[in-house]
Design a protein around this ligand. Structure first.
Ligand code: HEM
Ligand SMILES: *[C@@H]1O[C@H](CO)[C@@H](O)[C@H](O)[C@H]1NC(C)=O
Ligand SMILES: CC(=O)N[C@H]1CO[C@H](CO)[C@@H](O)[C@@H]1O
Length: 538
């Protein structure tokens, strides 16, 4: 009998405690208007996770209930959570563990003081002067190549970007044909990350079946899209489990977790090889070599060691490859739909090309790329419409009050702030913020790059690193690679627009599926799919 009582106690006590915690963290949101909760455990996260396309529910809720509810799109709320609160809104336990499962203990996963220390060291590889010196180095290396086809930019040269141009030329021949640009761009950015990140040739453009690509396959998209209800509900309890105990989920004999474990095991081996090489060489200018030297120079007590060091390789690879690839995929889709913008940008590129040749230079400099105003406005506009990281997951580290720019209506009237309880989810909807009519105007759903040319910056609440978009997040955890990615995007866009014309294929029904990063898919095609008609310009 006594053992039965203690059994009941052992099970019932934690269960009641958990229930109490769940109800308590929800309670403070009472009184706010919003869609009825569709699941006891995960509330409206259910509607978001299982929607057909990113935006289906967010845009509808925003129209109906305003810009802050279970999802935050309000600029001041975003500024408060990401910028002014330091580490008071840590990443949500679910994304925290998700990122640990996929990339280990590197910068994406680290938090608090650990994060501060890691960020300082990793950042040395991403400062503006470091990127400039890196770019200069590459430009010298390839200046022997003949003039016209030359694109000596490090992120876009014979080993990567121009190789893609050649492959597509072979594929399309004289006639136009449909190319699924998404996986091509993914292989391109993998090769770029290999060279620029690790001084390593993946050779993904030549061989889609290379080892890293194999290990990485399906990891993000299949692994995170439309999880089973059981998975979603059990994950909602993760925030109540201490993090090192939780991390044992990686050994669960389930398909997803096995996939993560296989990948991280592979990547650790790969990272050791990369670090051995940078140690031998000592002078490399790639991301990991710079990081390695910065780490060696740090106060020994502050150095990154073991997994914290090795896992930076998988961190940089994962964060810096498909993000840029799918961003560009959506960009070319927008330009295929709006041919007049495509032409305008191509003309701008050709004009700058002419002036480069005139002044006797071999190729575009970084400031030439930066000076292409139409190109850059269109890149921003397509990132605004298609932020591939479409949600940021945080939770309140303590009881707090989140301020708003735009009032929302509660049962008792209007309010300009939302009280939150410690532990409560704070999900920032990048996709909703990026289309708020109050911020972007009534045509927020339209592709209109001109909006970036006439914006009054003094009137906006500062939320993001660049163009006031939050597609790169902001604040202490903002994207560390945003400059790198921008130069990469510019270089690839320029090279491809100089060589090809893009138009819509028969398949117009492209969906923005809600996996961890917003990937394009089309019915009847496997994996990421965005086919465009591509015609060679000669
Ligand atoms: C279009 C391309 C990219 C987009 C849209 C993007 C977006 C983001 C976002 C939204 C975050 C914050 C995530 C969060 O707080 O939950 C982030 C973090 C990060 N990004 Fe990027 N990123 C891009 C490219 C890159 C590249 C090229 C690199 C590296 C070469 C990179 C490295 C990182 C790292 C290391 C972090 C973690 C920073 C930290 O937690 O301190 N990203 N990125
Ligand atoms: C292209 O974009 C402009 C806005 O910048 C718009 O006026 C025009 O109608 C668009 N064209 C097409 C074909 O959608
Ligand atoms: C192409 C582009 O404009 N991307 C922007 C997305 O938003 C971030 C800021 O959060 C900028 O840094 C990027 O430049």
């Amino acid at each position: 009998m006594a053992s039965l009582t203690s059994l009941v106690f052992v099970i019932a006590f934690p269960a009641c405690y958990l229930l109490y915690k769940i109800i308590r963290t929800r309670y403070s949101l009472r009184g706010l208007r919003g869609p009825p909760s569709s699941s006891f455990w995960i509330g409206n996260q259910q509607d978001i996770l299982y929607q057909n396309e990113v935006g289906d529910v967010e845009f509808q809720w925003m129209r109906k209930y305003g810009s802050a509810w279970r999802l935050y799109a309000d600029p001041k709320a975003i500024q408060y959570v990401l910028h002014t609160s330091g580490y008071r809104f840590p990443k949500h336990a679910i994304v925290n563990e998700d990122s640990r499962l996929t990339v280990g203990d590197g910068l994406i996963w680290a938090h608090g003081d650990d994060h501060k220390r890691q960020r300082k060291i990793v950042n040395t590889a991403f400062t503006a002067p470091q990127l400039k010196s890196f770019l200069g180095l590459f430009q010298q290396q390839s200046s022997k190549v003949s003039r016209f086809d030359l694109f000596s930019h490090p992120l876009c040269n014979e080993r990567n970007c121009l190789k893609l141009v050649q492959k597509w030329n072979d594929e399309v021949g004289a006639a136009d044909s449909v190319i699924n640009i998404a996986p091509w761009l993914s292989r391109l950015t993998l090769d770029i990350m290999g060279i620029a990140g690790f001084n390593f040739e993946f050779g993904a453009l030549d061989d889609a079946e290379n080892k890293v690509n194999e290990a990485y396959k399906d990891l993000v998209m299949e692994g995170t899209l439309y999880r089973t209800k059981f998975d979603v509900v059990s994950r909602s309890l993760w925030k109540y489990v201490p993090e090192d105990i939780l991390h044992l989920v990686r050994y669960l004999p389930l398909k997803n977790y096995a996939r993560y474990l296989k990948y991280t095991t592979f990547m650790t081996g790969f990272a050791k090889e990369i670090f051995r090489k940078s140690e031998l060489k000592g002078t490399g200018n790639d991301v990991i070599s710079v990081l390695y030297r910065a780490n060696a120079a740090e106060d020994p007590r502050k150095r990154l060691v073991g997994a914290q060091l090795y896992d930076q390789v998988s961190t940089v690879l994962l964060a810096g490859h498909d993000t840029t690839a799918f961003t560009l995929t959506w960009f070319f889709w927008e330009l295929a739909k709006n041919v007049s913008w495509q032409t305008k940008i191509r003309e701008e590129i050709l004009a700058v090309r002419a002036s480069v040749i005139n002044r006797g230079d071999l190729d575009f400099s970084v400031s030439d790329l930066e000076g292409m105003t139409s190109l850059n406005a269109a890149l921003k506009e397509s990132m605004r419409l298609h932020p591939i990281l479409w949600q940021l997951f945080r939770m309140a580290g303590q009881d707090d009050v989140i301020p708003l720019d735009f009032p929302i209506v509660t049962e008792s009237g209007k309010t300009l702030s939302i009280p939150v309880r410690k532990g409560q989810d704070v999900t920032i909807s990048v996709s909703a913020y990026n289309r708020m009519p109050q911020v972007w105007g009534e045509d927020a759903h339209e592709f209109n790059p001109d909006r970036f040319l006439g914006i009054d910056k003094t009137k906006q609440t500062i939320v993001g690193l660049h163009a006031n978009l939050i597609n790169f997040s902001g604040g202490i955890r903002g994207c560390i690679g945003w400059r790198f990615s921008l130069i990469e995007q510019q270089a690839i866009a320029v090279a491809l627009l100089e060589h090809f014309e893009f138009s819509m294929s028969e398949e117009k029904d492209i969906k923005r599926i809600p996996s961890a990063i917003m990937v394009p898919v089309a019915e009847g095609h496997e994996g990421a799919w965005l086919g465009l008609s591509v015609k060679s310009i000669r």
